[in-house]
Design a protein. Structure first.
Length: 636
């Protein structure tokens, strides 16, 4: 073991001990935990250890929901908390854990060691054609590893190791560098991947730390995870709007005062929580839920069904006044004062609508006078366990003794200390001045040698999964004169999909130009800013265009822009010109235009993706900072 790791281990002290918590808060948190624990104690099938995905929060009756393999992972972690708090006999907890692990090893359906997302709670059979889920398998495995450390029982350790060794982590990569989202025997691997920062941080740690006798991943895959940074107010965060994505890894992994050379993930989760709370406060004038002081947006039940609610920074921000107790409560290790106040407020103001046999119901919405009538295993579990980490550090203390976790941290390169999230300056492209401009014909004959913006899957993926540069990559150039900004994009794309028109053009392969004429940030759907798409036809005969924020295709039809295209079996070229007066820009040598190009790729079978030069959500929701096009001086 290295000296660095020894030093890190010496700092593994709980964030707070019971003596540091006010007695009234101790009593309140104890009750929240005890009721959440009841769910796992009462709803578990004692013969196989399976736990239902959900249950009615007011009734003791057994749930009819399918079992959640992730819920079993939370249950295996919950039993020791029950033992330590006096809610469960240690011998019974150990025996239930042993029985669960034996079922998982010998009887539960699996493939290559990965478990199906949902099982029949009685028979253990796969239900609903559910998928082999790498993330749910990881949540289960985390609970099993914790149990091995807690009981320190040779039989339990042996079962856990056998389950761990059986998981073929490289197989789930499906030939790539990140995990496939899922696999089913009917359809094979999903094209989508666990390639962005989210709850899969836990999955990668456990895969890298797997026993040598099993199927560990090479630690280099850690660097393949995309970690796009953004900000809300002054909180800089790796973008991922739902709070649970920032919470789940910290249930088991003590990431305090550590960084991997890129981020301090504990500090990142603190900022994500504060940004989430701030977003609710800033929208209090629109939603009564937030106006009453409730906050916490995460994946949860909602008035229209289960939904991935979230807050900026990042795409896909969804909110309608629905908050989840697990969202604010499971952040207690990040924001103790704020989280406790939030849980108290829900209990005091919403009373029996939200407080039942298993503690807090899953979610509520004051604006719609709605409250969920159930609790979810994957929400009750984090709430129970993060409160325990806050009160005693139990889960962290035991989990960080696991040789597999310690090995993973060492291989990844975690070190003691904190660091700021990287915040690079926007890139600059130097656009040459071309007297007389360029007539777009997709022949490239008028372009001088000069800088090229290269968009590659390795450096520029905003979302999606690509099979390499032949699947999607681009070389883009700009030039200018007094009349127009000229552009050309040479795009490698193994198949061109062109089925739509008008405002649905974004659903095809195309080149997009984002333009912020005033330089104050591109505000999504603001008529003063631009998102302009140019789509080639498969035979390259014509270009279709659409300007979304202005609601039309007037740029080409009214002569505000011109474009030509060429296409072959390897991709396409789009060459065009945007008139300055159409953009409201007065060009001058030495000035800067805020602009970012992007290319969109659609696959006929499944999925889509986008490569973008620079596009960072900053300061406010739906506000984006773009790259810079520097207009060079006339060489004459």
């Amino acid at each position: 073991m290295t000296a660095v790791w020894v030093a890190m281990m010496s700092c593994l002290c709980p964030l707070a001990r019971a003596a540091e918590i006010a007695p009234a808060d101790e009593e309140f948190l104890n009750e929240v935990q005890e009721r959440s624990f009841r769910f796992f104690r009462e709803q578990v099938n004692p013969y196989n250890g399976l736990v239902p995905d959900a249950a009615a929060h007011r009734d003791k009756g057994l749930s009819q929901a399918p079992a959640s393999i992730a819920g079993v992972g939370f249950a295996l972690t919950a039993y020791p908390v029950g033992v330590e708090r006096g809610w469960m006999d240690r011998g019974k907890a150990r025996e239930l854990t042993r029985r669960t692990l034996e079922f998982l090893l010998n009887d539960a359906p699996q493939h290559k060691g990965f478990f199906y997302h949902f099982l029949d709670p009685g028979t253990g059979r796969r239900v609903n054609n559910s998928e082999l889920s790498p993330i749910d398998t990881a949540l289960l495995l985390a609970g099993a590893l914790f149990a091995a450390e807690y009981y320190d029982d040779p039989g339990i350790r042996g079962l856990v190791k056998a389950i761990y060794e059986r998981i073929d982590f490289p197989w789930m990569l499906n030939g790539g560098r990140t995990f496939a989202l899922a696999w089913t025997p009917e359809t094979g691997f999903s094209r989508n991947r666990w390639d962005h920062f989210d709850e899969s941080l836990l999955l990668y740690v456990l895969a890298i730390g797997a026993p040598a006798s099993g199927h560990p991943l090479d630690p280099s895959v850690w660097k393949e995870i995309l970690r796009p940074a953004g900000s809300y107010r002054d909180y800089r965060v790796i973008q991922m709007p739902p709070l649970f994505t920032h919470q789940f890894p910290h249930v088991w992994l003590d990431l305090r005062n550590k960084h991997d050379g890129y981020a301090d993930y504990f500090r990142n989760s603190v900022n994500a929580t504060l940004a989430n709370k701030a977003f609710c406060e800033d929208n209090a004038g629109t939603y009564r839920t937030y106006a009453q002081g409730f906050w916490g947006l995460s994946a949860s039940d909602g008035p229209g069904g289960y939904k991935a609610y979230g807050a900026p920074p990042g795409w896909g921000v969804a909110h309608d006044g629905t908050i989840a107790p697990t969202a604010c409560g499971s952040s207690i290790v990040f924001t103790p004062k704020e989280s406790i106040a939030c849980l108290r407020l829900i209990r005091e103001k919403y009373g029996e609508k939200m407080w039942g046999r298993y503690g807090f119901a899953d979610a509520m919405n004051v604006d719609k006078n709605w409250a969920s009538d159930r609790v979810l295993a994957i929400d009750q579990g984090p709430l129970l366990l993060m409160i325990e980490n806050y009160r005693s550090g139990l889960v962290w203390d035991r989990m960080m003794k696991s040789p597999y976790v310690r090995s993973a941290f060492e291989k990844i390169g975690f070190r003691e200390g904190t660091m700021e999230l990287p915040w690079p300056d926007p890139p600059v492209y130097r656009a040459p001045y071309l007297a007389g401009g360029i007539k777009p014909d997709a022949m490239l004959k008028d372009w001088p040698a000069g800088d090229v913006i290269r968009l590659t899957p390795e450096a520029n993926t905003e979302y999606g999964t690509f099979g390499g540069p032949r699947d999607l990559s681009a070389k883009i150039r700009f030039a200018w004169d007094e009349q127009a900004l000229y552009f050309v994009a040479q795009v490698m794309d193994d198949e061109i999909v062109a089925k739509h028109s008008g405002k649905q053009l974004w659903r095809d392969d195309l080149l997009e130009l984002y333009v912020d004429p005033e330089g104050d940030g591109l505000f999504w759907e603001d008529a003063a800013d631009y998102q302009i798409g140019f789509r080639p036809s498969p035979d390259g005969s014509e270009v279709e265009s659409w300007s979304w924020f202005q609601g039309g295709e007037s740029f080409l039809k009214t002569g505000k822009a011109s474009a030509a295209s060429y296409a072959d079996g390897q991709g396409y070229i789009i060459e065009g010109a945007l008139r300055w007066d159409a953009l409201g820009i007065r060009p001058s040598a030495g000035s800067t235009v805020r602009l970012s190009p992007a290319v969109h790729d659609i696959e006929r079978k499944e999925g889509d993706g986008k490569l973008v030069w620079f596009f960072r959500n900053e300061g406010k929701p739906r506000r984006y900072t773009l790259g810079k096009i520097l207009l060079e001086k006339n060489p004459s």
